[in-house]
Write a protein of this length. Structure first.
Length: 473
């Protein structure tokens, strides 16, 4: 045990799931000192959040992990319905979209959550930071200058800010006294498990779907790309899930044409009851809530992990600006102001999809989510408004717009304009002039470090004033 030792950091991140790891990567590359703690002895072992939406792929592109994600995962297979042991027809459960110049990632990418976390942890270590596993938070206190957190190991961590990324049962959120308001999305409990299946019993080319039978609801068995595993999801309209290996095998035998012996291994299993809930606020003083600690989704539509990673992406650059670049602390107020409405919107989408009231359409790709009308959105030009996602596109000399945006800086794009620009020394703004490009139209576009347009205009009027809100200028 680390008795009576005191550690210091700019930011303490509690939780080493996708949210905490993505945030830690973003902060570390900004030169912010980060300490990540997690009460578990290692990374979460299951596949739970397996769908990576196109917008999150863009986040991973910026964080430097998209190549690893692409190499480890694969596209979502087409659904195949089974009836009485016979193939009853295919059904594609997702909106398929071809990649375009403006949207380089067209469709969801399947990757088990444990693999996503491995990739993010490897990137964090590459950047020079790590996770302290087996370090449970036992107490937390704030004062005007920082946060003091006590761990079960006997360590005390002193940080300027702390972020609760410790899941739906967040210890930190509970300690802050922030409640979660929500509803049960479905009265039927569910089971999720990672299993291996005898090769001759089930192919890996489809997402296998079985209707209610054997006294229960639907069963879905999805091959997990890059692994030998399948993810099993089962609804229970009667009784409760038995998560033991024998219970999982018995479920498969009762509700599909497979025999219990066809399940050669049960690698991980868990039960849950689908809920939609959101914290009443995402900030308490110097402590922020992110990911499942702030909002809990039904797994339908693959929105939870993605919304969580994008919480981290929104918060990371703002903490970096305040801690390293002299931005006013009021910038941190915009985290809740921007992310709470998005979480509320996505929660509604997930719930409607779960209840069969909406298909897994274009909205699930999350490319249309933005901050129009938000506290950091000012102006418009061409075909875009402040708050919109900044489109990608080819550059005349080779490369892509995303190559210009990648990194912790702001980017000012002067598109098809010779508008004069004011001096921007010390503002962490990279300036690029490009030829006409239809998704942008014509004008000046200040792109935030999270890939959204913060300010736009036909000329530079108001640009310096805007930068004064987000950086030292």
């Amino acid at each position: 045990m680390e008795l009576n030792s005191v550690k210091e950091a700019d930011v303490l991140v509690v939780g080493a799931g996708p949210t905490g790891l993505a945030l830690a990567c973003d902060l570390t590359r900004r030169g912010v000192s980060v300490r990540v703690v997690d009460k578990a002895d290692g990374l979460f072992p299951g596949s739970r959040g397996k769908g990576i939406q196109p917008r999150t792929m863009e986040v991973f592109d910026d964080l430097g992990v998209v190549d690893a994600v692409l190499a480890a995962g694969g596209p979502a297979p087409v659904g195949l319905a089974w009836q009485d042991g016979e193939r009853a027809g295919e059904h594609d459960m997702f909106h398929r979209a071809e990649a375009t110049d403006a949207e380089p990632y067209g469709e969801p990418w399947l990757l088990p959550q444990w693999r996503t976390q491995e990739i993010l942890l490897a990137r964090l270590r590459e950047l020079g930071a790590d996770v302290d596993f087996g370090h449970e938070v036992t107490d937390l206190a704030q004062d005007p200058d920082g946060v003091t957190v006590h761990l079960a190991t006997g360590t005390t961590v002193r940080a300027r800010y702390a972020v609760a990324a410790d899941g739906g049962r967040s210890t930190v959120r509970t300690a802050l006294g922030i409640g979660m308001d929500g509803e049960s999305v479905d009265p039927a409990p569910m089971l999720v498990a990672d299993i291996r299946v005898r090769a001759a019993a089930l192919d890996r080319d489809n997402w296998h779907l079985f209707g209610g039978g054997g006294g229960g609801g639907f069963v879905a068995i999805c091959p997990l790309p890059g692994t030998a595993d399948f993810q099993l999801v089962a609804q229970f309209t009667e009784g409760s899930p038995d998560t033991s290996p024998d219970g999982v095998r018995g479920l498969v035998a009762a509700r599909t044409h497979l025999a219990a012996a066809d399940v050669t291994e049960v690698r991980w299993s868990s039960d849950f009851r689908p809920r939609a809930a959101m914290a009443g606020r995402f900030r308490e003083g110097r402590v922020f809530l992110a990911g499942d600690a702030a909002h809990i989704h039904s797994p339908a539509g693959g929105q939870g992990l993605n919304t969580s990673v994008q919480d981290a992406y929104n918060l990371g650059w703002k903490l970096g600006q305040v801690l390293r670049h002299g931005a006013p602390e009021s910038l941190l107020d915009t985290y809740e102001q921007e992310r709470l409405p998005v979480a509320e919107q996505v929660l509604g989408l997930s719930t409607r999809i779960h209840r069969g009231e909406q298909e897994r359409g274009k909205e699930t790709r999350q490319l249309g989510l933005g901050y129009r009308g938000g506290p950091l959105s000012c102006g418009g030009a061409g075909t875009l408004e402040a708050g919109d996602r900044a489109p990608d596109g080819p550059l005349p000399g080779g490369g892509r717009l995303f190559d210009l945006l990648r990194g912790p800086h702001f980017t000012l794009l002067a598109v098809d304009t010779d508008a004069e620009l004011p001096p921007l020394d010390g503002a962490q703004v990279h300036i690029h002039r490009i030829d006409a490009y239809e998704p942008y139209g014509k004008g000046l576009f200040l792109i935030r470090p999270d890939g959204c347009i913060g300010w736009a205009g036909a000329d530079a009027t108001g640009l310096v004033t805007y930068l004064g809100r987000v950086t030292r200028c």
